[in-house]
Design a protein around this ligand. Sequence first.
Ligand code: 1PR
Length: 437
Amino acid sequence: VSGLGVIPGVVRRFDSSEGLIVPHIGWNALQITKDTQLLQGADGHHVYFVHSYHALPSDANRDWISSTCNYGESFISSISMGNIEAVQFHPEKSGATGLSIFEKFLSPNSSGAKAPAHRKASKLAKRVIACLDVRSNDNGDLVVTKGDQYDVRDHSSSKEVRNLGKPVELASQYYIDGADEVSFLNITGFRAFPLGDLPMLEVLRCASEKVFVPLTVGGGIRDFTDGSGRYYSSLEVASEYFRSGADKISIGSDAVFAAEAYLQTGVKTGKSSLEQISRVYGNQAVVVSIDPRRVYVKSPDEVQFRTVKVSSKGPLGEEYAWYQCTVSGGRDSRPIGAYELAKAVEELGAGEILLNCIDCDGQGGGFDIDLIKMVSDAVTIPVIASSGAGSVEHFSEVFEKTNASAALAAGIFHRKEVPILAVKEHLVDSGVEVRMQ
Ligand code: 1PR
């Protein structure tokens, strides 16, 4: 459609038909083409993008362009003309580089804070994400916890919920340490109603005042009727999370039910939480979190779900496995595989997949490469590899062997076994582009 025509040019959707992952989510490198005060010192810096459409550079708009960025093709990442400045990326989520842009915008006559110096970036970076599983402990305090294969209770006689720290403090520390995103998963959200869970909303509000990289929140996003009969749509729940500072919401159990119904009927009702939230906020704001468990089989013919030939055989020498999806934090298994779920939720409007694996969670033995490769090859939306990171080598392995766009870890960061910086330095040494501060 034609716009106002103030700035000449064409806006197009990124083309996923050639294998490009769309939406374009993550940290990509700015190439400054015009000397502007706002972007001074930001050439070759990674800044945070999240979009599916882009404005194309052309002779007609060349005078406007102050920077471009490359994703499949070159697109306009900022314009500057007279007193007009506009950016495609999110300075408010672009860490120190973004904050420096804001300072210069707010004080145009000063030289502003210098953008931090670092090596020159060239393309979309692989992301390293810190994940905080949050729930109330037995004293009613909201704590960051961490399970072994989703069991978050101590193995001692007390059987207490493990307490690894306070959510806002840890999130702020991970931001300073260089996390590219922070995820909060309200892991008992399936039981309680999130809007009754004011501490979690408060956690988001406080975290978003200190953490200038994207925040994702998940857990309990679904339609709900409270004790007094008041009905809340999942859209209302998500809206409250967005208003409190979340950039993306993540849906687990409810997305499984939506995908099952869609695969059974072939009809997109538009009524599932996934469809409603992505229609209103855009698919880039909706992550689907998958919690599968490995099920070994002797032959792919044994099941109707997509199997993989596994790298390590099962206990009875099985050479194949399928990955059975679960709901309610791994408590209930469902008749749908991770591959089938990923394809279905992509069609229903998910913008990204957080791919956990219950078998690997908290084990430190590495990501489930077979699972992550299968899913990341099957969809064109970004896949976040999760569960099992135990060393820096596990991160380079997952990026070398699969199409994952990001890798998420929890335990090794909470227990301070491996700093985020060490992960990133190792990735740089392995030839994987990452954002360095
Ligand atoms: O179903 O919409 O209410 O969402 C619930 C959300 O809470 C889902 O995203 C689900 O993954 C999560 N969840 C539920 N129960 C647990 C649990 O641990 N008992 N946590 C849980 C899932 C898994 C990862 C973890 C990685 C990395 N956490 O996110 O952080 O496995 O861990 P590691 O690096 O230590 O191996 P709904």
